[in-house]
Design a protein around this ligand. Structure first.
Ligand code: FES
Length: 322
């Protein structure tokens, strides 16, 4: 998988509002009128927050309508400037820069029956998928799991949508009867059914584990996580920059990218969370401890590229093509 820097688009914030606790919804239209590039369900765009900060957010609206993109951004308690800046400084009427839509969480064309499962803000790509599956006439169910009703975005819209009857809301603070039960959700699925899950990492592990146990084929279990990868580790290791011959010690509380920056080498970064693939760097030797969610399992096993914003080393030394 290779990353290509995509074209930037100027977008007008035509509407911005809080739609749930700590979640702001941002509707964008092309700054020069017309329509945005088409997008497929599950797509995300880069949002350029300032010269140094780029974040990725899923498009949540119906993919048949590219006159606008709708994003929903949860204010993260540990925000390093991304979500916090959007919540605090973005205003209706502002012109911002975004990238063209990209999709690492695509719906397969041949799914016969689908279960969509969203945890919290993971509803954003899943909602777009619900619109697309409805348009295709695919049989599906849509589960949204949240801590409380106040934290559930887009429920009013879903409740009046063409797929309202397929939707179930599960609240952590509600009674046991309405909690998400994967055994029930996956009871009617066959090997060729598909499950799409988006949410926090632990939630996704819970759901995908249940999907595997119910007999769904692994290649039909699709996930996307918004949670940043942990960059720290127990072990320190060396990075050798093959192009300049520097040998750098990556301390346990630093990422490779931070270590390079401290040594005067500035890698191109974007999400800094292992999500976007911008920082992927060729591995010449050494074994990678992959922490990103961008590469596939097969690519990680191939050990040819490393996301230097978050991944670490299993070997004492990594030689990178930098
Ligand atoms: S900067 Fe996005 S994966 Fe590293």
């Amino acid at each position: 998988m290779s990353f290509e820097k995509n074209r930037q688009i100027h977008a007008l914030i035509r509407r911005i509002e809080i739609v749930a606790e700590d979640i702001v919804c941002v509707e964008l239209s092309p700054a020069n009128g017309g329509r945005f590039p088409p997008f497929s369900a599950g797509s995300h765009v880069d949002v350029f927050i300032d010269e140094r900060t780029i974040r990725q957010y899923s498009i949540s609206n119906d993919p048949s309508d590219c006159s606008y993109y709708r994003l929903a951004i949860q204010k993260e308690p540990q925000s390093r400037g991304g979500s916090k800046a959007i919540h605090e400084s973005f205003r209706a009427g502002d012109i911002i820069r975004i990238g063209e839509p990209r999709n690492h969480f695509c719906l397969a064309e041949d799914d016969v029956k689908v279960v969509l499962v969203a945890g919290g803000i993971g509803v954003t790509p899943i909602l777009s998928m619900a619109y697309r599956l409805t348009a295709k006439g695919t049989d599906f169910a849509f589960h949204l799991c949240v801590r409380s009703r106040e934290r559930a975005a887009f429920v009013d819209e879903i409740s009046t949508s063409p797929f309202a009857a397929r939707f179930e809301l599960h609240l952590d603070d509600g009674g046991p009867q309405q909690r998400f039960n994967p055994d029930n959700a996956f009871a009617d699925l066959t090997q060729t059914s598909a499950v799409y899950v988006c949410g926090p990492r632990g939630f996704m592990e819970f759901v995908t584990g249940a999907a595997r146990r119910s007999g769904i084929r692994p290649e039909r279990i699709h996930t996307e996580s918004f949670v940043s990868a942990a960059v720290d580790g127990e072990e320190e290791f060396e990075v050798v920059t093959a192009r300049t011959g520097k040998v750098l010690l990556v301390r346990h509380n630093k990422s490779i990218a931070e270590t390079l920056e401290e040594a005067g080498i500035c890698p191109i970064l974007s999400c800094e969370q292992g999500i976007c693939g911008t920082c992927l760097t060729k591995v010449i030797s050494g074994e990678v401890d992959h922490r990103d969610t961008f590469q596939t399992n097969a690519e990680k096993i191939g050990n040819s590229m490393i996301a230097i914003c978050c991944s670490r080393a299993r070997s004492k030394q990594l030689v990178l093509d930098i």
